[in-house]
Write a protein that binds this ligand. Structure first.
Ligand SMILES: *Cc1c(COP(=O)(O)O)cnc(C)c1O
Length: 464
């Protein structure tokens, strides 16, 4: 499989290339040159299969030519063995024809593990073959950092450096990063805010001359194609569980950077009969506003009870735009160029297509808590705030009650106790068993000034 850039000017790459690259050199994002498709029979045959076997079937076309089938199978088996539910991503029924798909059984209790556990192993595999080492550098306000660290903790060829703002992440989130003790893991606590951390990461990618000879930086943020690829799988496993390909299915997806829901769109293109995709946002609702009025416009950031969806723009949305414009890279270049300085509107036909594929809803903190309370009252099932936004949006915008609606449960409620408290629960949801001693574990991190030179000399010294 070859991958091409949404802006059309960067060279095409193979899977290994896109795994090791973040943004394309023309500023675009890589997408597969062709989207593989399954027949109805292929999909019907997935019913009853193990998660790992569906994963191999769904993902192999994307890596073919770079990884031999047997190696890929082994990597998938190792990856999903660390999940604490044998079904990896089990479905739980909430109501008539309404389900939640629990994506939080990985080591950090959020759906990002599904992709980052695989990504870490794939990186290590490729680097071992090439005889290279790389440095993963990232900034986090909480979730992504811990999932990336857990994904890379056993990598032999990767050093991972994660910047978090000093005293501005919750204790649970900090400890999920800092209690992973290994020589290749470096938590840097920066005396600054999240934007400062992110800016230093960006600057470091722009000029990597501070690195030791032979080392380069790799990004594991949600624009990495391998992350999208891993997320396509659970659309297949869950859809066949509720009757696909013989009947259609709908999904509601708590959305930030548009990675998870874009994977759903790709699953549809690969042949799943997905009837509706709901874009569920919090008050950072650029996508909901866009879908409501064809104006893609940046607003200031709002802090909400669902912090993993607090974004101003959705980085993966460019991949969707590319499809809506029938892969016209010139049009995307123009659109993204204009978007740097002003709001943009899509061509009428492209916008009509978006409205056909997606519905959307923006859900504020009050309705988030109302939904947690209501669902718990009826079923004693406790939603995390991100998932609650998906459930609320699904109920608001559902097109056909007879079509099963699957809401993606992106985090375990214990991770976001504040929202659970505000929704009227008397006790904090307990951490799962394997994390009960998190607050007693040894931590390791280094506090540094908000200074690019200080960060870079730390990396140069510790990642040689
Ligand atoms: C990252 C994240 C999201 C948003 O996913 P995107 O792929 O960025 O749209 C939703 N919920 C949780 C808990 C997350 O960690």
């Amino acid at each position: 499989m070859k991958y091409i850039s949404t802006r059309g000017k960067a060279p095409a790459l193979d899977f290994e290339g896109v795994l090791l690259t973040g943004l394309a050199s023309d500023g675009g994002l890589y997408v597969p040159e062709t989207i593989p498709a399954f027949s109805k029979d292929d999909i019907a045959a997935m019913a009853g299969m193990r998660y790992e076997d569906v994963a191999f079937k769904v993902m192999y076309p994307f890596v073919e030519g770079c990884i031999p089938a047997d190696d890929f199978k082994r990597i998938i088996d190792e990856t999903y063995a660390v999940f604490r539910h044998d079904a990896v991503t089990p479905l739980v029924q909430l109501d008539d024809n309404e389900w939640v798909l629990e994506l939080f059984h990985g080591p950090t209790l959020a759906f990002k593990d599904v992709a980052l556990q695989l990504l870490g192993r794939l990186l290590d595999y490729m680097l071992e073959k090439r005889g290279n080492r790389v440095v993963i550098l990232g900034a986090t306000s909480g979730d992504t950092g811990s999932a990336a660290i857990e994904g890379c903790r056993s990598c032999r060829n990767v050093d991972i450096v994660i910047l978090h703002p000093y005293q501005r992440v919750s204790e649970v989130q900090r400890r999920q990063m800092t209690t992973v003790i290994a020589d290749n893991i470096h938590n840097l606590s920066v005396r600054g805010n999240f934007d400062d951390c992110q800016q230093m990461v960006k600057d470091s990618f722009g000029d990597q001359s501070f690195l030791p000879e032979g080392r380069s930086l790799v990004a594991v943020n949600s624009i990495n194609w391998a992350r999208i690829m891993a997320q396509i799988v659970y659309y297949f496993t869950s859809a066949v569980a509720v009757g696909a390909p013989h009947r259609p299915v709908a999904y509601s997806v708590p959305t930030g950077n548009f990675g998870d829901i874009f994977a759903g769109y790709i699953a549809k293109r690969m042949g799943l009969p997905i009837d509706q995709l709901v874009i569920a946002t919090n008050r950072n609702d650029i996508l909901h506003r866009f879908l409501s009025g064809n104006k893609y416009e940046k607003h200031p950031l709002v802090h909400t009870l669902s912090p993993s969806m607090d974004i101003m723009i959705s980085s993966n949305f460019e991949r969707m735009l590319f499809e809506l414009y029938d892969r016209d890279a010139v049009a995307i270049r123009d659109l993204m160029d204009r978007f740097r300085t002003e709001p943009v509107s899509l061509r009428e036909d492209a916008f009509a297509k978006a409205r056909e594929l997606f519905t959307s809803e923006g859900v504020d903190d009050v309705r988030t808590c109302d939904t947690i309370r209501e669902v718990f009252g009826k079923t004693e099932y406790l939603l995390d705030p991100h998932t609650a936004i998906g459930v609320c949006a699904a109920r608001e915008t559902r097109r056909h009650p007879a079509v099963p609606m699957i809401c993606l449960a992106t985090a375990h409620p214990a991770k976001f106790a504040e929202a659970v408290r505000q929704s009227g629960q008397e006790e904090d949801p307990p951490l799962p068993h394997h994390m009960r001693d998190l607050l007693q574990r040894e931590e390791r991190y280094t506090v540094l000034d908000n200074d690019l030179k200080a960060i870079q000399s730390y990396v140069a010294k510790h990642c040689s």
